[in-house]
Design a protein around this ligand. Structure first.
Ligand SMILES: Cc1ncc(COP(=O)(O)O)c(C=O)c1O
Length: 428
């Protein structure tokens, strides 16, 4: 399309086009509710007969502007904001899988998502099979059951830093008549647009690079609008049969491939669970989006410079960063993340848990935080923080050696980060 805007322009201007005399920046609709002249007018909204706003738990104009920008950035057909990345991943699965269903997930995913799937959603009667992100076509096929409803993975896994073969996972999911859902938090749409590689639903923890400044927790779901729910109607009754809680609406009939998924997630899940983003936070997320393309470039430059420095240091055991030519995921990174991946890398210092502890204490520019993917460089020693209850043997078994450090390059000067790492390595 001749007038299709490039990603940098969409980051800045997407989602909201003011009319003559309207505010240039998106307005914050700090209102829980909206006023109508007649009950009939409002009734049409409740019946999903007309579009509009009545209560912010369902929809709010500020949130919709930001969702529309994210939708355009990812190349989707519809999108919604959620209060957190956790809510986004929960809704994306629960919108298609119910008690008695089964979902396949890459095992290389954020620990919070793993817990959500393996513990909490399991209690809700949804069974997950976790497979290696490096699975072959045969291995992915072998995980399917008659009641499988979706396949899930992360573009760049947190904290494993593995890169998923999106085309392969999407193709196999489609061969089994189910959608492929992908968490694109670390890559962001600036560096990877999974829909272009076949993904059906994209999720985000906007808390990370999209916000970018550590000010607001949030999430988003974007639908590619390509999955044909009606072609697999027996698998997805929630989308293809009447919703009694919404006057018998059949989402796939009324809103088509483009709108069914997000309308159902809003009308049912947001209505009932209420994990809404606040308009104020949506505004912050939009500020983050405006500079996302500029920041991601610097995150990647810093990530590569730091990874190369560590890779050549004799006190470092190994480094995981797909931008390194000797990295296991270099080829996949070149394919899916040709402009760069992100600023997050993981590495292991030579020594033991105590050596890693000493190293962490000596860092002065990088701050110790559980947070990641932020303008300020931060790092985490899982053996001493998120996973501190585990023994060395348990850590090894979980693929998180006691000497592993997750390092998230901010947008500071790369040489300052390297100097800081160098002086901390000199201490051990
Ligand atoms: C890849 C990924 N997905 C989802 C989440 C959860 O997001 P939130 O913390 O916004 O709930 C995180 C959080 O670190 C994450 O890294």
């Amino acid at each position: 399309m001749a007038n299709k805007k490039r990603i940098e322009t969409v980051c800045v201007q997407g989602g909201y086009t003011p009319k003559n005399g309207e505010p240039r920046q998106i307005p914050i609709y700090q209102s829980t509710t909206f006023k109508y002249d007649t009950s009939e007018d409002m009734g049409k909204l409740f019946d999903l007969e007309a579009s509009g706003y009545f209560y912010t738990r369902l929809q709010n104009p500020t949130n919709d502007y930001v969702a529309a920008k994210l939708c355009e950035l990812e190349g989707g057909s519809a999108a919604m904001l959620t209060s957190s990345g956790q809510a986004a991943n929960f809704y994306s699965i629960f919108n298609v899988a119910n008690c008695g269903d089964h979902v396949i997930s890459s095992s290389a995913i954020y620990g919070g998502t793993f817990n959500l799937f393996a513990v909490t959603m399991k209690k809700m009667g949804i069974d997950f099979t976790f497979i290696s992100p490096d699975s072959t076509e045969e291995e992915i096929n072998a995980a399917f059951r008659p009641n499988t409803k979706a396949v899930f993975g992360e573009t760049i896994a947190n904290p494993a830093c593995s890169v998923l073969d999106i085309e392969l996972f999407a193709r196999v999911a489609h061969e089994h008549g189910v959608p492929f859902i992908i968490d694109n938090t670390f890559a962001t749409p600036v560096n990877c647009r999974p829909i272009e590689w076949g993904a059906d639903i994209v999720t985000h923890s906007t808390t990370k690079y999209i916000d970018g400044h550590g000010v607001s927790v949030g999430g988003a779901i974007i639908d590619a609008g390509k999955f044909d729910w009606k072609a697999h109607a027996d698998k997805f009754p929630g989308l293809t049969t009447p919703d009694d809680s919404y006057h018998g609406i059949v989402y796939a009939d009324k809103f088509g491939k483009e709108g069914a998924f997000i309308t159902k997630a809003t009308a049912q899940l947001m209505r009932d669970f209420g994990s809404i983003q606040s308009p104020q936070h949506a505004f912050y997320i939009n500020l983050g989006l405006e500079s996302l393309h500029v920041r991601m470039k610097r995150h990647c430059e810093n990530g590569l410079a730091v990874a190369e420095f560590l890779n050549n240091h004799d006190k470092i055991e190994w480094v995981r960063y797909c931008g390194l030519k000797n990295d296991k995921y270099y080829e996949l990174g070149q394919k899916y993340l040709s402009n760069g991946s992100c600023g997050v890398l993981s590495f292991s210092v030579k020594g033991d848990r105590k050596t890693a502890e000493k190293f962490m204490k000596s860092l002065k520019v990088a701050a110790i935080e559980t947070h990641v993917a932020d303008a300020r460089t931060c790092c985490l020693h899982p053996a001493n923080a998120t996973h501190r209850q585990m023994t060395d043997a348990q850590l090894e078994a979980a693929g998180i050696p006691p000497t592993l450090i997750r390092y998230s390059c901010g947008i500071e000067n790369a040489q300052d980060l390297i100097d800081d790492l160098k002086q901390a390595l000199d201490q051990i």
